[in-house]
Design a protein around this ligand. Structure first.
Ligand code: HEM
Length: 326
């Protein structure tokens, strides 16, 4: 059965209606313009305050008993029922949602990065640039998201801290895959996933595969740069080395951008990405310090000092170093 549509709320002093043009142009009660002029085909048939038929609303579909709705398409039931605070503490909901939304954005970042790596492998650079730009924007958004969590005070965190037990972002398998895909390899980081063979296998596969940057280095070789053979086939489980031949290639690219425009663009996309990642790490440690100071992390590390050390990680070493040479 179709639901009944609410009529426009009456204007009161307490809740004045928006002043944007609306009633005469068939605007919705929230003040959005109609794109139609009155009488035009498709224009709303009546004043929104008095719908001719209670089941009509801007021609919107209102009966989803036999059709896929917004919530169906997006699987909103499982997503919106996946918040299970373990305490009655008001702030635990923020903590859970902040982490869950971060994980969703990480999922998209991984999806884009994997596709971008395949595109580079096939020498299809323009689509790769598009995907890399998207990953950078995702990271920038995650940087902004720290401000929401920063509204949590040390007292508020302390009261819900017992609910977390030993769980920590340190155990995020998606984050670890992201780090590995970006070349920050560390086999010890597989360990927290050994109790989940399905996840362990995914993280291990990322550890053993060439990183995105490794794929870009191979691209440099395909484009005629003399890359050391040892850099082209190496133990992929090790972190990205600083390689002189790669640095020489980037130097040539930056000295002659017009001759190597695509590689030049690739270099800048990568720097953009690492820049955004560094900002994420920085906002993490700063938020952590303001909330827990120098307490040990729930994951067992020494907390802020561990996260500060991670600020020294360099994902694409030659791209940063080459700037000194220009
Ligand atoms: C009150 C909020 C937070 C606190 C106090 C906090 C604290 C910490 C601490 C102390 C660590 C080091 C590992 C440990 O011993 O636990 C850590 C790691 C980590 N956290 Fe957070 N965190 C917070 C929020 C978040 C959020 C919202 C995310 C988003 C997913 C996140 C993701 C991570 C990740 C991925 C690591 C591993 C970093 C690495 O190994 O380089 N954290 N966190």
């Amino acid at each position: 059965m179709s639901k009944t549509v609410p009529t426009s709320p009456a204007s009161t002093d307490e809740h004045p209606l928006p002043s944007a043009p609306q009633a005469s142009s068939g605007g919705c009660p929230f003040g959005h313009h109609s794109e139609y002029s009155e009488g035009e085909p498709g224009a709303p048939k009546s004043d929104p305050a008095e719908p001719a038929n209670a089941n009509e609303w801007h021609d919107a579909e209102l009966d989803f008993s036999k059709r896929m709705s917004y919530g169906d398409y997006l699987s909103l039931d499982p997503i919106l029922n996946a918040q299970h605070p373990r305490s009655t503490d008001h702030n635990e909901m923020l903590f859970i949602i902040q982490h869950q939304t971060s994980e969703l954005w990480m999922k998209l970042a991984l999806f884009e990065l994997q596709a971008a790596r395949t595109a580079v492998h096939h020498d299809e650079l323009p689509p790769a640039f598009k995907m890399l730009a998207r990953v950078s924007r995702i990271l920038e958004q995650l940087v902004q998201a720290w401000s929401v969590l920063a509204t949590m005070t040390p007292s508020e965190y302390s009261s819900m801290r017992p609910s977390l037990g030993s769980s920590s972002g340190f155990q995020s398998y998606q984050y670890r895959i992201l780090e590995f895909m970006l070349g920050n390899k560390n086999a010890a980081m597989l360990q927290p996933h050994s109790h989940r063979p399905d996840l362990f296998q995914q993280v291990e596969a990322a550890l053993k595969a060439p990183s995105f940057y490794d794929e870009v280095v191979r691209l440099l070789a395909r484009r005629g740069f003399a890359i050391a053979p040892a850099r082209l086939e190496r133990d992929w489980t090790k972190p990205t080395p600083h390689d002189k031949s790669v640095e020489a290639a980037w130097l040539e690219v930056y000295r002659n951008p017009s001759q190597h425009w695509e590689l030049y663009e690739m270099a800048e996309e990568l720097v953009d990405l690492e820049d955004a990642f560094r900002q994420w790490r920085f906002r993490h440690v700063t938020t952590v310090e303001r909330i827990i100071g120098f307490k040990q992390g729930t994951g067992g590390t020494n907390g802020a000092p561990y996260l500060r050390k991670m600020l020294d990680v360099v994902l694409f070493p030659e791209l940063w170093h080459v700037r000194t040479l220009l």
